[in-house]
Design a binder for this molecule. Structure first.
Ligand code: HEM
Length: 455
C-alpha cells in the first residue's frame, strides 16, 4: 500500500438484528436474549421512533435537542420507570441511583462532594495497587480471558478505593453472583413490561429477592471488615461517606444509608468500568498499530513516575477509552417514564409513556457520526468537550442525573490500562465470533482468550 493511503479503519462487531421487526412475545423473547439486537436499521437513521408495546407508548429519542429536553431541560417531568427499577433494584438497592424527587436531591447533594476530581485523584494509589495485582495474575497466566479477569480487577479496585481493602477471594464470588443475576433473575419478563409499579407480580421473580439478600450480605461483610480495621490513614470512599454532611441541613448519613450507598456505588461502578476496560483492550488488540502508538505515549511518561492527573495524562489512551465507550457504552439504554404530558419534536408524549434514550443507538446513528461503526479514536482529538456537551455522546448520561462516578471510572480505567499496556502487548488469541450483548450493561457474548507478551 502506498504510504500516503490511510489504512481502512477497524469495524468491530455490532449486535445482530434478526432482520424483521419484532412484536409481542417474540420481542420480549429477543429482549431476554439481547437488548441490543432488537433495533432495526430505522432506529439508527430516524430522529425519533414511537409505537405501542402492551398498550403503552414507547418513544425512542435520538435527536440531540430532544435528548437534551428529556435529560437536561425538563428532567423533573420524567423518572426511571417500573421495569428499570424492578430489574436493577436487587443489585442497585436503595441508594442515589434509583431514588427520585426530593429524596434523590438530598442524596445527590450529600454524595457529590465525595466524587469531585480532587477527591478521586486521592484514590489513585488504590487503583494502582489493583492494577499491580492484575499484572501479577497476568504474568503468571500468559493466556487469559480478559472479561472475567477485568471484572475481578475492577471489583478489587472498587473495594480498595471504597473500603481501603483488597477484595481477595470475595471478588470472584461477587463477580459470579452478578453474572448469574444477569443470566437469570435479571432478565426482563412480560410481567416487567406490564407492571405499573415495582411490587406488582413480585412473586414471579423470587430469584431477585434471593439475589438481593446474598448481595447485601457480601457488601455488609466488606463494610464490617473495613469498620473493624479502622482507618489506615489513606483516604477511601467509605471515609468520605462517613464524613459527608448535607450542605443544607448539616445531617450525616446513617449507618444503613452508608451501607446502601456503598452497595449502589459498588454495583453501579464495577461492571461498567470493567466493561469499558475490556472493550478498550479488545479494540486495541484488533488494532495493533493504535495499541503501539498508545504504548509509546505511556512509555514516554510511565505510570510508575507519578500518579498525578492520571485521568488526562495519556490523551491517546483516553481517546481510545472514549471511543470504546462510544461503540460499546457500558450503560447502553436509559429508560424514563413521563410523569406529565410533553412534546418531543413532532411527537406528543402522553403521561405514562416510556421514553428511551439509547447511547447504544445514538452513538452509532447514521446522521450523527461519520463512519459510525468504525473504531476511530482520533475523532475525539480536541473535541472531547464538544462531544460530551453535544447530546450525541452520552456514555455517562447527561443532566442532573449524569453519572456521579464518571471521573472515578475514567481515572481507574486510565491507571489500570496504562499500567498494563506499559508492560504487555495484548493480542487476541481466539477465532470465535463475538457479539455485544446487554441485559443491563454491554458485555461480550463470549469471554475471548487473549495472549499477553511482555514488552
Ligand atoms: C465507565 C464506567 C461507567 C459508565 C459508562 C457509567 C454510566 C452511567 C450512566 C449512563 C448513568 C446515568 C443513568 C441514567 O440517567 O439513567 C450513571 C449513573 C450513575 N452512576 Fe455511573 N457509570 C460508570 C461508572 C460508575 C462508577 C465507577 C460509579 C461509582 C463509583 C458510578 C455510579 C453511578 C451512580 C450512583 C449513578 C446514579 C446517579 C444519579 O442518579 O444521581 N458509575 N452511570
Amino acid at each position: 500500500m502506498p504510504p500516503d493511503v490511510a489504512p481502512e479503519p477497524l469495524i468491530p462487531p455490532a449486535a445482530r438484528w434478526p432482520g424483521r421487526p419484532l412484536t409481542g412475545l417474540r420481542l420480549i423473547g429477543a429482549m431476554r436474549r439481547n437488548m441490543l439486537s432488537i433495533w432495526g436499521p430505522r432506529a439508527y437513521e430516524l430522529p425519533i421512533l414511537h409505537g405501542k408495546l402492551y398498550g403503552r407508548e414507547r418513544i425512542l429519542v435520538n435527536d440531540p435537542a430532544a435528548i437534551r429536553r428529556v435529560l437536561i431541560e425538563n428532567p423533573s417531568a420524567y423518572e426511571k420507570p417500573a421495569p428499570t427499577r424492578r430489574l436493577t433494584r436487587p443489585i442497585i438497592g436503595e441508594g442515589v441511583f434509583l431514588s427520585e424527587g426530593a429524596e434523590w436531591r438530598r442524596q445527590r447533594r450529600v454524595l457529590s462532594p465525595a466524587f469531585t476530581p480532587g477527591h478521586v485523584e486521592q484514590l489513585t494509589p488504590h487503583f494502582a495497587a489493583a492494577a499491580e495485582g492484575l499484572i501479577q495474575t497476568w504474568t503468571r497466566q500468559g493466556r487469559v480471558q480478559l472479561f472475567r479477569t477485568l471484572q475481578e480487577a475492577a471489583l478489587d479496585a472498587a473495594a480498595r478505593s471504597m473500603f481501603g481493602l483488597p477484595i481477595g477471594g470475595q471478588g470472584a464470588r461477587i463477580a459470579d453472583l452478578v453474572r448469574v443475576y444477569g443470566r437469570g433473575p435479571g432478565r426482563p419478563t412480560p410481567f416487567d413490561m406490564i407492571a405499573r409499579n415495582e411490587d406488582d407480580f413480585a412473586w414471579f421473580a423470587p430469584g431477585r429477592r434471593a439475589f438481593r439478600r446474598r448481595w447485601l450480605k457480601e457488601v455488609d461483610q466488606i463494610v464490617q471488615a473495613r469498620r473493624a480495621r479502622g482507618s489506615d490513614g489513606r483516604l477511601d470512599l467509605l471515609e468520605l461517606l462517613m464524613a459527608a454532611r448535607d450542605p443544607e441541613t448539616g445531617q450525616p448519613l446513617s449507618n444503613a444509608e452508608i451501607r446502601d450507598q456503598a452497595a449502589t456505588m459498588l454495583a453501579a461502578g464495577f461492571e461498567t468500568t470493567a466493561g469499558a476496560m475490556f472493550w478498550t483492550l479488545y479494540l486495541l488488540a484488533r488494532d495493533p498499530a493504535e495499541q503501539a502508538r498508545i504504548r509509546q505515549e505511556i512509555k514516554a511518561d510511565p505510570p510508575s513516575a507519578s500518579l498525578a492527573e492520571v485521568g488526562r495524562r495519556w490523551p491517546r489512551l483516553r481517546r481510545a477509552v472514549l471511543e470504546a465507550l462510544r461503540l460499546y457504552p457500558s450503560a447502553p439504554l436509559l429508560f424514563r417514564t413521563a410523569l406529565e404530558p410533553d412534546r418531543l419534536l413532532d411527537v406528543e408524549v402522553p403521561t405514562g409513556s416510556i421514553v428511551i434514550v439509547a447511547p447504544w443507538i445514538v452513538h452509532r446513528h447514521r446522521k450523527l457520526w461519520d463512519h459510525p461503526d468504525a473504531f476511530m479514536p482520533d475523532r475525539f482529538d480536541g473535541k472531547e468537550r464538544e462531544y460530551l456537551s453535544g447530546g450525541a455522546y452520552l456514555p455517562f448520561g447527561a443532566g442532573p442525573r449524569i453519572c456521579i462516578g464518571a471521573a472515578f471510572a475514567l481515572t481507574e480505567a486510565s491507571i489500570m490500562l496504562a499500567s498494563l499496556l506499559d508492560r504487555h502487548e495484548v493480542r487476541l488469541d481466539d477465532d470465535r465470533e463475538l457479539e455485544p450483548r446487554s441485559m443491563i450493561t454491554t458485555t461480550p457474548s463470549i469471554d475471548p482468550w487473549f495472549r499477553l507478551e511482555r514488552v
